[in-house]
Design a protein around this ligand. Structure first.
Ligand code: EPZ
Length: 420
C-alpha cells in the first residue's frame, strides 16, 4: 500500500499557513537533551518523521519520552550509553549529532556510520578529525565508529571545512570539558545559534554561535527546563516560493525576516508583493517573474541548498534563462528529471543546472527522491496545468507537517490517497 499526492494544479492560493518549528534546529537540540540531568519540555514539537525517529533513538538510550501533540517531555534520569546501531543511523542520518553529547556525558560512544542519502555520500570526516584534535581516540571498524574521550581536553578546533552537523556535535562534546574550547571555521547557520540558545538556557556557557568563532566554557552539569524551537526557515522559504508562484495575499505565519533575507530580496525583485506584518508575511504572486540569471548555494548567510529544488521550480516558469549552481551536495539535482517530465526545460552539467523558463508546467506522474525535491514537486504540481501524482511521500513527511491539509486550507486541490 503506497500513499501518493494527487494534485489538480492551477489554482490561486490564499488564507493562512503556519510554519512549524525548525527540523534542523530541533534535531541537534534533541541530541543536546542527552546532556541534561533531569527533565526537558518542548512546547512546539512538529509532527516530522525525522523528529519521531530521533525520539525513538533517545528511547534506545533509555531516555523517557512522553509526547502529546506539540508537547514533548524528556526525562534523562535513567539514561544509558547504548550503541547507536546501523538500523538507527539508517533511519536518521542526523543521529550522528548524538556523538558529541554521548562523549560529553559518558566519555565513550559507539555509533554506526550514518548512511549517505540520495543527495550525496554525506561523509563524516570533518566530525572525526575535529574530535581527534581534542584528544578523542577513534577506531573505525566493521562500519562502526568507537570513540574514547577519557583523554579529551578543552582546546582549539579548526574545522577542515564548514559543516553544520560537525559544528553542532563538537560544540556539544565540549560542554563539560574543564576550561575553554574554541572552534574556528564553524558553520554560521541560524540553527547553530538556536542550539547554543537551548544549551545556554540549560546552564551551558556557549558564546559566539552564529559567528565565525564559537567559545565553550566547560560547566559541571546542565539542568532541565522548558524550550520552544524557532520556526523552520526552509519550510518558510518553501511557502514563500509557493506564494510567489500562485499566492493571492497568502499569509505565512512564522517567517523570520532575518532568516530568509536573500530569498525575500530575490522575490521582491520578481515584483512579488510581500507585505511584512509582525509575525507573518503576506505574499501575492507576480504575473511576470524575471529569471534570476545566476544563483549558487553556499553556507549561510548565502542561499541555502535546502531551498534549491523549490527555487528551481520558480525559475522553471520564469521569463528568461537562469543558471543554478549546487555547491553543497554532489547529487542534489534528482528533481530535474521529474520537472522535465512536467514540461520544464532544464539541462544539467556537473554542478550546474541551466533552466530555460517555459510558459507553464503540465501535470505528470512524478516521484520525490529526497525531502526538499519532494517539496519542489508539490509546488510544481500546484502550478501545473492538470493532474500531478507524487510518489514517495515519506520523504516529504520527514520535514513538512500534514502538508496536504495545510495546502487544502489555502484552497489547493490536493489529496493524499492510498494506492495498491
Ligand atoms: C545539515 O546537514 C542539514 N541537516 C541539511 O539539511 C543541510 O542541507 C546541510 O546541513 C547544509 O546546510 C540537518 O541539520 C539535520 P554539512 P549536514 O555537514 O550537517 C560535506 C534537509 O533537507 N561534509 O554542513 O549533514 C557534506 O557532504 C537536510 O533538511 C563532509 O565532507 O551538512 C556536504 O557536502 C539535507 N564531511 C557539506 O560538507 C563531513 O564530515 C555540508 O554538509 C561533513 C560534511
Amino acid at each position: 500500500m503506497e500513499e501518493t499526492y494527487i494534485i489538480n494544479g492551477g489554482r490561486k492560493l490564499s488564507g493562512e499557513i503556519e510554519v512549524e518549528a525548525s527540523k534542523n534546529a530541533f534535531l541537534p537540540v534533541l541530541a543536546g537533551s542527552v546532556l541534561v540531568d533531569g527533565e526537558v519540555e518542548f512546547l512546539n514539537t512538529p509532527e516530522f518523521s525525522d523528529i519521531q525517529n530521533m525520539c525513538e533513538i533517545l528511547k534506545v538510550l533509555n531516555i523517557k519520552v512522553n509526547r502529546s501533540g506539540k508537547y514533548l517531555k524528556l526525562n534523562t534520569e535513567s539514561i544509558k550509553n547504548e550503541k547507536i546501531t546501523h538500523d538507527l543511523t539508517n533511519k536518521l542520518r542526523a543521529s550522528i549529532f548524538l556523538l558529541g553529547p554521548l562523549l560529553s556525558k559518558f566519555k565513550e560512544a559507539s555509533i554506526s556510520y550514518p548512511g549517505g542519502c540520495n543527495i550525496g555520500t554525506r561523509p563524516i570526516d570533518i566530525h572525526l578529525s575535529a574530535f581527534r584534535s581534542l584528544g578523542v581516540k577513534i577506531v573505525e571498524k566493521h562500519g562502526y565508529i568507537y570513540c574514547n574521550a577519557h583523554n579529551m581536553k578543552a582546546g582549539k578546533v579548526v574545522f577542515s571545512s564548514v559543516s553544520v552537523g560537525a559544528t553542532e556535535s563538537v560544540m556539544m562534546s565540549a560542554i563539560f570539558l574543564k576550561g575553554k574550547t574554541t572552534l574556528y571555521n564553524v558553520a554560521r547557520e541560524p540553527e547553530i545559534r538556536e542550539l547554543a540558545r537551548f544549551l545556554n538556557e540549560m546552564g551551558a556557557v556557549v558564546r559566539g554561535a552564529g559567528g565565525d568563532i564559537i567559545e565553550i566554557e566547560g560547566v559541571k552539569k546542565l539542568h532541565g527546563g522548558t524550550f520552544s524551537v524557532f520556526p523552520d526557515r526552509i519550510v518558510a522559504g518553501t511557502h514563500l516560493i509557493l506564494g510567489a508562484l500562485c499566492g493571492r495575499k497568502m499569509e505565512i505565519k512564522g517567517v523570520r525576516k532575518e532568516d530568509n533575507q536573500l530569498l525575500l530580496n530575490i522575490l521582491r525583485e520578481s515584483a512579488c508583493e510581500i507585505e511584512e506584518k509582525n509575525d507573518r508575511m503576506v505574499i501575492s504572486a507576480s504575473e511576470h517573474i524575471p529569471a534570476c540569471r545566476f544563483l549558487e548555494t553556499l553556507p549561510y548567510p548565502n542561499f541555502p541548498t535546502d531551498l534549491q529544488p523549490q527555487f528551481m521550480v520558480l525559475e522553471s516558469v520564469a521569463n528568461g534563462t537562469s543558471v543554478i549552481k549546487e555547491n553543497l551536495f554532489e547529487n542534489r539535482f534528482n528533481h530535474v528529471m521529474e520537472l522535465v517530465k512536467m514540461g520544464a526545460d532544464i539541462f544539467v552539467k556537473d554542478r550546474l543546472a541551466i533552466v530555460k523558463g517555459v510558459e507553464r508546467l503540465y501535470g505528470a506522474d512524478v516521484s520525490a527522491s529526497d525531502l526538499r525535491a519532494g517539496a519542489g514537486l508539490v509546488i510544481a504540481g500546484l502550478i501545473a496545468d492538470g493532474y500531478t501524482t507524487i510518489h514517495n511521500l515519506h520523504y516529504i513527511d520527514r520535514g513538512y507537517e500534514r502538508l496536504e491539509e495545510k495546502l487544502k486550507l489555502l484552497g489547493a486541490d490536493i489529496k493524499r490517497v492510498k494506492i495498491e
